[in-house]
Every structure is written in C-alpha cells, then in structure tokens.
Design a protein around this ligand. Sequence first.
Ligand code: HEM
Length: 131
Amino acid sequence: MNAESTDAEDELSPYDLMGGAETVRAIVDRFYDIMDTDPAAAAIRAMHGPDLGPMRDRLFDFMSGWLGGPRLYHGCVVGAHRRFAIGIAERDQWLMCMSRALEDASVDSTAREILAKPMYAIADIMRNDRA
Ligand code: HEM
C-alpha cells in the first residue's frame, strides 16, 4: 500500500497497479508526443499552444489523482475546456492519442481494458457541442 494513502481500505489503486508516477509520466509524455506528430491528431494539436511542456505537467497532475494516486491537480478540468470547440471528432482524436499512449507506455492489456470505459466517459464529458 502507498504510504501516503488515507483510504480506509487497503486496496491498490489503478495508479499503484500501473506503476505509479513513473508510468503516468510515461503515458502523458507519449500522449503529447503522439498528438504533436500524428497528422490524425492535427485538429486537436492546433487547439493547443506551441509549447506542450506546461500541458504535460497539468495532465500528469490530473491523471495522478484520477487514477487514485496523489491529488496534484486543483483546477476545474471541465471548465478549462469550455473555451474550445470540442465535438465527437476532437474527443475521438484525444482518445486515439491516449489509447496509443497507454499501449506504448506498456500498460498491460487488462488495465487498458479496465480503463477504456472511464477514459471514454471523461473524454465525452469534455464535449461541448450538445447545446
Ligand atoms: C475530449 C477531447 C479533448 C480536447 C480536444 C482537449 C483539449 C485541450 C486543450 C486545447 C487544452 C488547453 C491547451 C492550452 O492551453 O494550450 C487542454 C487542457 C487540459 N486538458 Fe484537455 N482536451 C480533451 C480532453 C481531456 C481529458 C479527457 C482530460 C483528462 C483526462 C484532459 C485534461 C486536460 C488538462 C488537465 C488540461 C490543463 C487545464 C489547465 O490549464 O488547468 N483533457 N485540453
């Protein structure tokens, strides 16, 4: 068990099972490298600033807490997306980058299967093309 955990239960979080901060860092770095270079993600790459460095740190902070590790992100992640037009195409580009990043960071296939639904759900929440 993680020494910092305050959970009443002694269960391992997805964060621990996946390999902790090192794995989350590898996922996030790979995610933005793919977004930065794959033409299939060009539309969402263009929404981001030229320097993806700050985003790497923010997504790392968010993912850490989301996966059950240390809560490092204190913003409103949905609010941070309101100024961008995010529809189905953008959501699917984001999910494509993330699913490849998980694979490339050697997250095992069982963990990837477990994460697939919640990952889809959180990406779909960022869509703001419903109104
Ligand atoms: C669904 C498609 C998504 C698109 C198109 C998208 C796009 C963006 C853009 C354009 C930014 C701001 C970049 C900048 O200021 O340079 C951003 C920030 C961010 N995104 Fe996303 N995003 C998506 C989904 C997600 C999801 C699912 C998560 C979390 C799992 C996430 C986590 C973040 C975080 C933590 C930030 C930083 C926010 C801050 O400034 O505090 N994004 N995203």
